[in-house]
Design a protein around this ligand. Structure first.
Ligand SMILES: Cc1ncc(C[n+]2csc(CCOP(=O)(O)OP(=O)(O)O)c2C)c(N)n1
Ligand SMILES: [Mg+2]
Length: 447
C-alpha cells in the first residue's frame, strides 16, 4: 500500500473525547476550557513519554516498492496502468542516461568539456518522477536531473550545446558550467550550483502557481534535491514556507547515500529526510528510488495531493550514487570499489525494469542490442556536431546578466576587454587562435 504519513495522524490515534475519558482526575471546572491546550490539539496524558520516531514503536518509515529486485511485482502492489508503448519509453530514457553519461564522462576526460556529472544508479528516480509530472509542471532541479529535461523533449543537441557552451546553448549562452541546464519552454528552471537555493525558490514558485487562476488546480512546482542539500538551512526555510504559506510544491529528495564524500549516515542522525516532513505537517512518503514503477506511483499520488489540497508533499527516493560525484571527484578515496560493484548489481534500476518488461513479453535481447547501438550512434552524432560549432558571441559574456541598463562595473569590464582585443587580438597568436573559437571572433565587442 502506498502510505503517506502525517504526524498528527500517527499520534492522534485516539479522538480527543477518548483521551479526556482516560484522564484520571475528575475536573472541577468546565472541561472544554481546561483540558485542552490553547495552541494545540495534543491529547493530555499522565505518562511521561519521549518520542523519537514518527511511526510509533521506534520503527523506521517504510519504503514503498512495486517490483522486487529482479523485476517481479511485490505481492499486493498495484502496478501503474501503463501500456507497452509507455513502458518502452520509460526504459529507453533510462538507458539513454548512462549512454550519454559514458560518452560525456570520457569527453570531459579528454579535456573537451570542463566538467560533467553522471546520474548512474538514479535513472529510475529521475525518469519515473519525470513521467509522473505534467509536462508543464515547474521543475527546479539540483544538477543531476538532466533526464527530466530529456523526457520533456529537450533533445541531445541541446544537452551537448550546454555542455560545450556553443552558440546553440539556450540555457546560458555558454556562460555556465556544464550541467547547468535551463529551459523556460519546458518549465525547467535554470540550475544554480549553490546547494539548496532551489528549495525555498520552489515554495515561491508553488505559491505563484496557486495565485494564478489559470494554473491553480492544474500545475505544481517540483523541486529535486539531494540528502546532502537537505542539511542546508534553505531546505528548512523552503519546507516551512510551503507549510505555513500553503502551496502545491512537491519536495523530491534523492537520497543517494552521499554528498560528495560525506555518507548519508554522517549527514543526519534521524530517520532520513522523510522523518522531517510530518514535523512541518507535510504529507510524506519514502519510496524505493530504484523501482521506476514505485517512483511513478508515489509521484503521481504526491502530485494529486498537491493539486487537491493546494499544499506541499515530500517524497524521499532511496537510491545509490553509483558514479563518482562529478568529474572533479574520485570516490574510491572514500568508499570501497567492492561496495560500488555490489550496488551496481543489487536492485539495479535498469536491469530490474528490463526483467519486468521481458516477463510481459515487451522486450528481448535483440531489441536491447538494437536500442544500445542506436542510442550510442545518436549520441556520438550529436557530440560530433556540437564539437564543430563555435562558441556564442564573445559579447554575450556581458549581456543578459541583469535586466535593464548595463551596470557600471560590467561596462568597465567590457571596455577593458575590448581595449585588450584591439591591442592583442591580431598581434598575438594565442589571442588570435582563441578569438576564432567565438562566433563573432570578438568583433562585436570592439565595434
Ligand atoms: C552551499 C554549497 N555548499 C557546498 C557546495 C559544494 N557541493 C556541491 S555538490 C555537494 C554535495 C551535495 O550532495 P547531495 O545534495 O546529496 O546531492 P548529490 O550530489 O548526492 O546528488 C556539495 C557539498 C555547494 N555547491 N554549495
Ligand atoms: Mg546525495
Amino acid at each position: 500500500m502506498l502510505c503517506f504519513l502525517r504526524s498528527h495522524r500517527v499520534f492522534s490515534k485516539l479522538p480527543l473525547r477518548t483521551w479526556r475519558t482516560l484522564s484520571t482526575a475528575a475536573p472541577s471546572f468546565p472541561v472544554d476550557d481546561h483540558d485542552v491546550l490553547p495552541t494545540s490539539r495534543s491529547p493530555i496524558v499522565a505518562k511521561l513519554q519521549f518520542f523519537n520516531s514518527i511511526t510509533g514503536g521506534n520503527g523506521q518509515i517504510p519504503t514503498y516498492r512495486v517490483l522486487d529486485g529482479v523485476g517481479v511485482p511485490v505481492e499486493g502492489a498495484q502496478i501503474p496502468q501503463i501500456n507497452e508503448e509507455f513502458a518502452r519509453r520509460l526504459y529507453e530514457y533510462m538507458v539513454l542516461l548512462p549512454t550519454i553519461d559514458n560518452i560525456l564522462y570520457s569527453v570531459q576526460r579528454q579535456g573537451k568539456i570542463s566538467f560533467y556529472m553522471t546520474s548512474y544508479g538514479e535513472e529510475a528516480t529521475i525518469i519515473g518522477s519525470a513521467a509522473a509530472l505534467a509536462p508543464d509542471d515547474e521543475v527546479l532541479g539540483q544538477y543531476r536531473e538532466m533526464g527530466v529535461l530529456l523526457w520533456r523533449g529537450f533533445g541531445m543537441n541541446a544537452v551537448m550545446a550546454q555542455c560545450f557552451g556553443n552558440h546553440e546553448d539556450k540555457s546560458g549562452k555558454g556562460r555556465q558550467m556544464p550541467m547547468h541546464f535551463g529551459s523556460p519552454e519546458l518549465h525547467f528552471h535554470t540550475i544554480s550550483s549553490p546547494l539548496a537555493t532551489q528549495i525555498p525558490q520552489a515554495a515561491g514558485v508553488g505559491y505563484a502557481l496557486r495565485r494564478d487562476p489559470a494554473r491553480r488546480h492544474k500545475n505544481i512546482a517540483c523541486v529535486y534535491f539531494g540528502e546532502g542539500a537537505a542539511s542546508e538551512g534553505d531546505f528548512h526555510a523552503g519546507m516551512l514556507l510551503a507549510s505555513t504559506v500553503p502551496s502545491p510544491t512537491l519536495f523530491l529528495a534523492r537520497n543517494n547515500g552521499f554528498a560528495i564524500s560525506t555518507p548519508s549516515h554522517e549527514q543526519y542522525y534521524g530517520d532520513g529526510i522523510a522523518a522531517r516532513g510530518p514535523g512541518y505537517g507535510i504529507d510524506t512518503v519514502r519510496v524505493d528510488g530504484n523501482d521506476v514503477l514505485a517512483v511513478m506511483n508515489a509521484v503521481t499520488e504526491a502530485r494529486k495531493r498537491c493539486l487537491e489540497s493546494g499544499r506541499a508533499v515530500l517524497v524521499e527516493a532511496m537510491t545509490y550514487r553509483v558514479g563518482h560525484h562529478s568529474t572533479s571527484d574520485d570516490s574510491f578515496a572514500y568508499r570501497g570499489r567492492q561496495e560500488v560493484e555490489n550496488r551496481k548489481k543489487i536492485d539495479n534500476p535498469i536491469v530490474r525494469f528490463k526483467l519486468y518488461m521481458e516477463s510481459k513479453g515487451w522486450w528481448n535481447e535483440q531489441e536491447e542490442e538494437a536500442l544500445k547501438t542506436r542510442l550510442k550512434k545518436d549520441v556520438m552524432a550529436t557530440l560530433k556536431r556540437a564539437e564543430s560549432l563555435k562558441q556564442s558571441d564573445l559579447r554575450d559574456l556581458f549581456t543578459d546578466v541583469y535586466g535593464g541598463e548595463e551596470p557600471w562595473n560590467l561596462r568597465e569590464q567590457r571596455e577593458e576587454l575590448a581595449a585588450l582585443i584591439r591591442k592583442y587580438g591580431d598581434a598575438w597568436e594565442p589571442w588570435r587562435n582563441d578569438l576564432k573559437l567565438f562566433r563573432d571572433g570578438g568583433k562585436k565587442l570592439v565595434d
